[in-house]
Write a protein that binds this ligand. Structure first.
Ligand SMILES: *[C@@H]1O[C@H](CO)[C@@H](O)[C@H](O)[C@H]1NC(C)=O
Ligand SMILES: *[C@@H]1O[C@H](CO)[C@@H](O)[C@H](O)[C@H]1NC(C)=O
Ligand SMILES: *[C@@H]1O[C@H](CO)[C@@H](O)[C@H](O)[C@H]1NC(C)=O
Ligand SMILES: *[C@@H]1O[C@H](CO)[C@@H](O)[C@H](O)[C@H]1NC(C)=O
Ligand SMILES: *[C@@H]1O[C@H](CO)[C@@H](O)[C@H](O)[C@H]1NC(C)=O
Length: 378
């Protein structure tokens, strides 16, 4: 929930300076870990996909379209990543049930893995990437519901290249009443030394979730700071990976991906029916590698110690309640995201204040590393 103290103080300020629209959080956002503030970040990207009606209008995300053959796909099947497999399912008309989408499934953007069409050698899959590629350390959170259908890989990851990558992945074939493995991976020059096999390194861990990830929406989170990545599920700490050399140290982007290539050692599948991974929100608080954004921060953050200049990121506790997940950009008492690239807000203002930053990321990245393809022995 919303951190009561900071927001309480903020409400007080509003009453004193009534009618004046205040900017807040100009000096950034602090991460809460185990109840203590652990890092400060200057940038925000928040997307409430439970309200998204048309993802093509959302300039914060780039829907991927590319095709790879079975060889580079590292499985018996190739993959065809298509816009048609990314389907909005916004909250329905029943305002008392914001967590239910118009089609009756959980509200959010649906990333489909399609069942095989005829004799096709390609599995239809889905991926969206953040338009921002300048994410250099941060706290990344996503509300995700994985499908019950077996034979897909549901992935939430940060990516720069095949040796600079942080993954949280669920293989739906492995989920049952007694087993709920979550795969946590850092791809580094060390995994490259083992031919891309991160499982030979300390930076591949399998943790059993204490919930069934296909039953409800759950929050997956990783906090990446210099030399350290901490993983969380539903706000609960699950694993830390620490290393001065092998923790990524380059700017990159975040990716939501749902795929299958039929590799029995990893994704399994392809699924025998269309399967949707639903992403109801993504919230990212991060630092930027972009010189313009750094300069902007210097300009707007005049005094870190002044009231409301630093905002505390609310910690998720337990499964997220879609409809009441806190977002800074939705705060109605003042501007909590000054000069940030929040699509919903910038669209409302009919301008994109950070077009120079978000424009034009269209390069194709085949996320081979996220697949741990070595396990297939190809
Ligand atoms: C949070 O708690 C866990 C378990 O006690 C600990 O290992 C981890 O380092 C803590 N994280 C931070 C950022 O303090
Ligand atoms: C992010 O950038 C701010 C401003 O430069 C800096 O104070 C902060 O320490 C950085 N955070 C991390 C985790 O490096
Ligand atoms: C990934 O990027 C890092 C940092 O720029 C570089 O050192 C490394 O060689 C790159 N790895 C690959 C596989 O291209
Ligand atoms: C659950 O899955 C695990 C690993 O995927 C498997 O070893 C186990 O036999 C399965 N249990 C049941 C009851 O299906
Ligand atoms: C906001 O950010 C953009 C892009 O980084 C920058 O060009 C602009 O000057 C900033 N505006 C303000 C008011 O800080």
């Amino acid at each position: 929930m919303i951190a009561p103290t900071a927001w309480g103080i903020f409400a007080g300020v509003i009453s004193l300076q009534a009618l004046q629209v205040l900017a807040n959080c100009e000096c950034g956002y602090t991460v809460n870990a185990n109840g203590t503030e652990s890092a400060l970040y200057t940038e925000v990207l928040e997307t409430d996909f439970s309200l998204t009606k048309d993802v093509s209008l959302d300039t914060d995300w780039v829907v991927q379209e590319w095709k790879v053959d079975s060889g580079p796909s590292h499985g018996p099947y190739g993959r065809e990543t298509k816009r048609a497999n990314v389907i909005p399912n916004p909250s329905g008309n029943d305002k008392t049930k914001p967590q239910i989408g118009t089609n009756g499934s959980p509200a959010g953007i649906e990333l489909f893995v399609r069942k095989l069409q005829g004799n096709s050698q390609y599995v239809g899959v889905a991926e969206i990437d953040s338009a921002r590629t300048d994410m250099f350390y941060g706290s990344f959170r996503a509300g995700i519901n994985v499908p019950k259908t077996k034979g897909t890989c549901a992935a939430f990851f940060w990516y720069f290249n095949d040796t600079q990558e942080i993954d949280m992945e669920i293989l739906t074939a492995q989920i049952n009443d007694t087993s709920r493995p979550l795969h946590l991976v850092l791809h580094s020059p060390l995994s490259q030394q083992y031919g891309g096999d991160a499982s030979q390194t300390p930076y591949y861990q399998i943790k059993n979730l204490d919930f069934e990830p296909s039953n409800d929406m759950h929050e997956y989170r990783f906090d990446w700071s210099p030399g350290r990545v901490d993983f969380y599920a539903d706000g609960k700490f699950i694993q830390s990976m620490q290393d001065d050399i092998y923790v990524p140290s380059a700017p990159g982007k975040i990716i939501m991906s749902h795929w299958s290539n039929g590799n029995s050692k990893w994704s399994g599948g392809p699924p025998d029916q269309d399967a949707a991974m639903t992403v109801s929100y993504v919230k990212a608080y991060f630092n930027s590698s972009n010189p313009t954004r750094k300069l902007d921060y210097k300009r707007r953050c005049k005094d870190r110690t002044a009231l409301n200049m630093v905002c505390k990121i609310p910690d998720q506790q337990g499964p997220p309640n879609i409809g009441s997940v806190p977002f800074f950009y939705k705060d109605t008492t003042g501007d909590m995201t000054p000069n940030q690239t929040i699509y919903a807000r910038t669209a409302a203002k009919k301008k994109n204040v950070a077009a120079s930053v978000t424009a034009g990321w269209t390069a194709i990245v085949v996320p081979v590393a996220a697949t741990l393809w070595f396990m297939g022995g190809f």
